[in-house]
Design a protein. Structure first.
Length: 348
């Protein structure tokens, strides 16, 4: 449902009116409880043509008989390419570690949570009836801070980065549960980055890496194209008058990456060898479970609206909780049951 009135109010609050010490306290008081709002923003440039606006009878997401990531747990092998701050690494790792359900009720982040979001991904099965695993761990990390393959990478040299990593002990080749996640720092340019893609997933070639391993790459767009890849924390400049959303962890580039990482992991898990779950007839340009819901973060999204989000007392937007009190804004994914985009912050 669209709600222009709260939107107007939220714009006023976003503008921070009025300014001053006394008013600042008043501002905080006003925001003691998380607020719900559904901002209207210009669509991200990259994806405008590919959006399905949340649900459509025309979407035929089909299963093509290949495997999904059903082994438990899914082992993520993290490759930090370039220079990364410890705090940015911690933030991204907190997101990844929030995917698995907590071991105890007490340790569970409040609803809506990242693990509830992944529940939709775990509804996908292979032809044996095995579901995508609900549990995800970080198996190993590799730091490539010397830019072993330069500051510009192509789709193929990303595989060389993985090859170098798996040859270095104690990193390893993990055929059973392993996925490889290459994250490039904001000074690294990547083929098609900012123009056609913000991240992608595929599998490695034996001629490059020695094995066929599912992997994903996501870049930090903070300095290169935040209005494209860190949307909605930055928006295209031609939209005068619109305000970007305030990122939940105060870092547009990395907060934006987290939604892209979520998108790629969801697709990697349901289509690791690009022969399982996708829509469209062309396997070289599959439309996958994340693509179907790009730019959608809550109920009432579409038509330029992000969907209903939550805003904290400091005006920062999020739609799910993670471990250690973290908050994230992550796009929804397509549900095979609802045949629509779904997320844990949905209003029934
Ligand atoms: C596995 O997926 C099926 C089909 O989407 C779903 O009905 C079932 O609840 C899932 N099982 C688990 C254990 O998540």
């Amino acid at each position: 449902m669209l709600s222009p009135a709260p939107l107007f109010l939220s714009v006023l609050l976003l503008l921070g009116l009025p300014i001053g010490l006394h008013s600042a306290r008043q501002f905080q008081t006003l925001n003691m409880k998380p607020q719900y709002f559904n901002p209207k923003l210009p669509p991200p440039q990259l994806t405008a043509s590919k959006r399905y606006e949340g649900s459509s009878d025309l979407v035929h997401l089909r299963y093509h008989m290949g495997p999904v990531l059903s082994s438990t747990p899914i082992n993520i092998y993290l490759i930090w390419y370039g220079r990364w701050s410890a705090s940015d690494q911690l933030l991204i790792k907190d997101f990844l570690l929030s995917i698995s359900p907590a071991h105890t009720r007490r340790a569970s982040p409040p609803s809506p949570s990242v693990s509830e979001w992944w529940r939709t991904v775990s509804l996908y099965t292979d032809q044996t009836g095995a579901n995508v695993s609900r549990s995800v761990v970080i198996a190993r990390e590799h730091h490539d801070s010397a830019y072993s393959h330069g500051t510009h990478l192509t789709r193929l040299t990303i595989q060389d980065v993985i090859a170098s990593a798996v040859r270095s002990a104690p990193f390893q080749v993990d055929h059973k549960n392993g996925i490889y996640l290459v994250l490039t720092s904001e000074d690294v340019t990547v083929q098609d980055f900012c123009r056609a893609v913000c991240g992608f997933h595929y599998f490695t070639f034996p001629s490059k890496v020695g094995h066929t391993l599912p992997y994903a790459w996501v870049g930090n767009s903070g300095k290169q194209c935040p209005e494209v890849c860190a949307y909605p924390f930055a928006i295209p400049s031609y939209m005068a008058g619109s305000q970007p959303l305030s990122p939940p962890n105060g870092a547009a580039g990395v907060d934006g990456m987290i939604s892209v990482i979520g998108h790629e992991l969801a697709e990697l898990s349901t289509n690791p060898l690009v022969n399982a779950w996708y829509a469209g007839e062309d396997p070289t340009a599959p439309t996958e479970i994340g693509d179907l819901c790009e730019g959608l973060y809550g109920t009432g999204g579409g038509g330029g609206y992000t969907g209903q989000l939550i805003r904290d007392g400091a005006g920062r937007s999020f739609n799910m909780n993670g471990r250690r009190g973290r908050r994230f804004l992550v796009q929804w994914v397509w549900s095979p049951i609802l045949k629509a985009c779904a997320g844990p912050n949905a209003i029934d």
